[in-house]
Design a protein around this ligand. Structure first.
Ligand SMILES: *Cc1c(COP(=O)(O)O)cnc(C)c1O
Length: 388
């Protein structure tokens, strides 16, 4: 494939060389440039919520781009107001919204908002989780607990203390009256789709309440129906002080959001933060189409089918299945995830080798029962192929 060579010549090597060039998609199916068809069980990394070329998304984006594509923040527009109102209605708590273009930018906004709080209160450090992932810009990277991507770019200008994820006692010990904020994913995504023990998020809320630290929920990967709830924290019965969103919100169009609850949402003064593209009308129109078309009931039923189907597979390479909703990892007994990804692609399924021993499944939220059954039926053969 000629594109491989051209890609390699034109791009920085930071992504390596992606193995497949996608040309188009429809629902949960995609086709590569050679016409090979795949069932997409990774959805642009939990991003293509409505699948590919969903008619409502196509119509909303086309209509908006043909009406007005960009205003900058010198002017307001109706799609951004509608979207902010819709998010606040789904959150059902007093809050204020800031729109960015990506996950890492949503976390930058959260980080600056928290810093404002910290300076005002004379607090000095952040707490985040080991193996947590919050993004690649310097602020978000400084909160990211993965040494391999963090250390080459440190040291960072703020004090971030890392605790083992899921350990409420360690969190309690680390968070004092000097702590500005605790950044946590409700389930760790990039670490391998790792849910915490029951009650962990509630414990984090209590620890933050008793010390005055802010609780920041990074729901960039977990929100917008991915877990069968609009927001994963809703399942835990916990409201954070700051919430960040991106991936699934735009259904493939770039948008991120930072939500500040209560008075935290009013901390920025005029001029404190901004983004030229953030809350762009086209991205907002896309997000409105997503929020109008995600069906939580469907996500719940089809995700139970996927999880149960995978759990019923008895294969020597498969150790278990973890995760929530349409956001699962098949955990392997040996570090063969890359081989599983390759064998799956060969068999016509896109999955993601997330960790050496964990394969991520995060299909579009519109994936059908039949498509789920097809993956479950093919998976034992894929595992066998990957074991060779
Ligand atoms: C993907 C992700 C980010 C970063 O989002 P980008 O849009 O890639 O900048 C941050 N936090 C979590 C939990 C993510 O999954």
């Amino acid at each position: 494939m000629d594109l491989l060579h051209r890609f390699e010549q034109a791009f920085m090597p930071n992504y390596g060389l992606p193995p497949i060039a996608l040309a188009r998609g429809e629902g949960s199916r995609v086709w590569d440039v050679d016409g090979k068809e795949y069932l997409d069980f990774i959805g642009g990394i939990a991003t293509s919520s409505l699948g590919h070329a969903h008619p409502a998304l196509v119509e909303a984006v086309c209509k908006q781009v043909a009406t007005i594509a960009h205003t900058s923040n010198l002017f307001m527009h109706e799609p951004e107001v509608l979207l902010a109102e819709r998010l606040l209605a789904l959150l059902n708590a007093p809050a204020r919204v800031f729109f960015a273009n990506s996950g890492t930018e949503a976390n930058e906004a959260a980080y600056k908002l928290a810093l404002k709080y910290g300076r005002r209160e004379g607090r000095s450090y952040f707490v985040a989780a080991e193996n947590g992932f919050h993004g690649r810009t310097i602020g978000a990277l400084s909160l990211t607990g993965k040494a391999a991507i963090r250390d080459p770019f440190g040291p960072f200008p703020v004090d971030v203390r890392f605790v083992p994820y899921g350990d409420a006692d360690a969190l309690k010990e680390a968070v004092t009256g000097d702590c500005i904020a605790v950044f946590l994913e409700p389930t760790q995504g990039e670490a391998g789709v790792v849910p915490p023990p029951d009650g962990y998020f509630g414990a984090a809320r209590e620890i933050c309440d008793s010390t005055g630290a802010l609780l920041v929920a990074d729901e960039i990967q977990s929100a917008i129906g991915r877990t069968g709830h609009w927001f994963a924290h809703q399942a835990d019965g916990v409201t954070p002080d700051i919430l960040t969103l991106a991936k699934g919100l735009g259904g493939g169009l770039p948008i991120g959001a930072c939500v500040g609850f209560g008075d935290v949402g009013k901390l920025f003064d005029k001029g404190d933060h901004g983004s030229t593209f953030g809350g762009n009308p086209v991205a907002c129109a896309a997000a409105l189409a997503v929020l109008g078309n995600v069906d939580l009931g469907h996500v719940r039923s089809v995700s139970a089918r996927l999880r149960d189907g995978l759990r019923s597979i008895d294969h020597p390479l498969l150790k278990g299945v973890r995760g929530r909703g349409l956001w699962l990892a098949t955990v392997l007994r040996e570090p063969r995830a890359a081989a599983v990804q390759r064998a799956a692609a060969e068999a016509g399924f896109l999955v993601n080798a997330l960790q050496p021993d964990a394969v991520r499944l995060a299909p579009p939220l519109v994936v059908t029962a039949g498509e789920v059954d097809a993956l479950v039926a093919a998976y034992p053969g894929i595992l066998t192929e990957a074991s060779k």
